[in-house]
Write a protein that binds this ligand. Structure first.
Ligand code: FES
Length: 164
């Protein structure tokens, strides 16, 4: 066989060979994409879905911020800090009827709910309206730095005061 007769055969072989290599590379690339996608979705599926809530502890500042006889409403945290004759205490400002945010009415010396008209005394006891329970008292204490702290996660079943 002369060189001229071999040339087309080897050219065909080479063409077939490069086509095969191209398909092998395409297959390997497809597998790579598949495994990468599976790894990403698998990691996302296995990682825990956790929602981090803000701390239930509210730093209400120094107790002397609250003069005796005052009722202070914090709209951001939904709290009342009240300084009564027995000491300081904190209550949730959330109405016990359907959860509306109540408001302190100093001119009437009462806490009123704008939604359905429940009214509460400054110690949270109900005066009138559909609210089934008094406002919720929350655990309140003075920490090591002398700051008044309200723990919104602990509802008290009896009255507790911080004495200053
Ligand atoms: S939510 Fe307060 S009275 Fe209904």
């Amino acid at each position: 066989m002369s060189e001229n007769e071999k040339a087309p055969e080897s050219r065909e072989k080479c063409a077939e060979c490069s086509r095969r290599q191209a398909f092998v590379k395409l297959g390997a690339a497809s597998l790579g994409v598949t495994f990468t996608g599976a790894a990403v979705f698998g990691y996302d599926f296995l990682s825990p879905n956790v929602l981090y809530e803000p701390s239930p502890l509210t730093d209400a500042g120094k107790p002397d911020r609250y003069p005796e006889g005052s009722v202070t409403q914090d709209l951001q945290t939904g709290l009342y800090i009240v300084h009564g004759p027995e000491g300081i205490y904190a209550m949730s400002a959330v109405c016990t009827h359907l959860g509306c945010l109540t408001a302190w009415k100093p001119e009437l010396d009462m806490i009123a709910c704008p939604c359905h008209g429940s009214k509460f005394r400054r110690d949270g006891t109900k005066i009138e309206g559909p609210a089934p329970r008094p406002l919720i008292w929350l655990r309140t204490y003075v920490d090591d730095q002398g700051e008044l702290v309200v723990d919104r996660s602990v509802a008290l079943d009896r009255k507790e005061f911080v004495r200053t």
